[in-house]
Design a protein around this ligand. Structure first.
Ligand SMILES: [Zn+2]
Length: 206
C-alpha cells in the first residue's frame, strides 16, 4: 500500500521535474556545437596527432551568469583531468567567457585571444619561435586569454589592448584555486614562467 502511494505521489509530482528540466535546457546557452570533423577542419596537423585527439563538451557559467555549453579539442589522455577542472569551474562559479574550438577563428590564436575565447588544440608554433607548442598536441589550454594575457619583460602585452588586473573577476593569480588545482594535477602554469608571464596558459607534456 505504502509503495503504491509512493508511486502515485511520484507520478503526481513528475510534471514538476519535467518543467524544471525544460527550464534548465532553455537557460543553457550553447557557445559551440560542432562535430569532431568540423572542429578540425583545415588543420595542418599530421594523422598521428589527429588520432590522439578527442572533442569534449564542457559546461561553465559565463559572465552573463548563465550556464553555457562549449567544446574543447584535447589529447585523449587529458580528457578526464580537463573535465575535473571544469567541475571545479562550475562549483567555484569561476566565469569563463566562451569555449569554442579555434577553427572558428580560422586557427588564429590572436583572434581567439582577442575574443577572450578559451581553447586547447591548435597546430601551431610557440609565438615568436619555430618550436611546436604543446597546443599542437592538445596538451595545453588557454583560459580567458584577454583577462589573463601574456606579459613580456619589457611590458609588452598580448593580445593587444589587454590588461592584467587580478582584481577583475575571471583573472587568474598564483593563489587562485584553479591554478592550485591544475598544479595539483601535475600541470604547468604560464604565470610561473621565468622570462615572460603567460597567465592564461596551462600545459602538461606527459
Ligand atoms: Zn597557451
Amino acid at each position: 500500500m505504502l509503495k503504491f502511494l509512493f508511486i502515485f505521489f511520484m507520478l503526481l509530482i513528475s510534471p514538476l521535474f519535467e518543467m524544471q528540466n525544460r527550464k534548465n535546457n532553455l537557460d543553457l546557452v550553447v557557445d559551440s556545437d560542432m562535430t569532431f570533423e568540423q572542429a578540425l577542419r583545415g588543420t595542418k596537423a599530421p594523422k598521428e596527432i589527429l588520432d590522439s585527439l578527442v572533442l569534449i563538451d564542457v559546461y561553465y557559467y559565463s559572465f552573463d551568469q548563465k550556464m553555457h555549453k562549449g567544446q574543447l579539442v584535447v589529447h585523449k589522455d587529458l580528457k578526464d583531468e580537463i573535465l575535473e577542472i571544469f567541475e571545479m569551474v562550475k562549483i567555484l562559479k569561476y566565469p569563463i567567457a566562451k569555449v569554442i574550438p579555434i577553427v572558428k577563428y580560422n586557427w588564429s590564436d590572436e583572434k581567439s585571444m582577442l575574443d577572450n575565447n578559451t581553447s586547447s588544440f591548435n597546430y601551431r608554433t610557440i609565438s615568436g619561435t619555430n618550436r611546436l607548442s604543446l597546443h599542437a598536441r592538445g596538451r595545453a589550454i588557454d583560459i580567458n586569454p584577454f583577462l589573463n594575457p601574456v606579459v613580456y619583460e619589457d611590458g609588452k602585452i598580448i593580445p593587444r589592448g589587454a590588461k592584467y588586473d587580478i582584481k577583475r573577476i575571471g583573472t587568474l593569480h598564483p593563489r587562485h584555486p584553479l591554478v592550485l588545482e591544475f598544479k595539483h594535477l601535475g600541470w604547468r602554469w604560464g604565470g610561473d614562467f621565468q622570462s615572460y608571464k603567460d597567465y592564461h596558459h596551462f600545459d602538461k607534456e606527459k
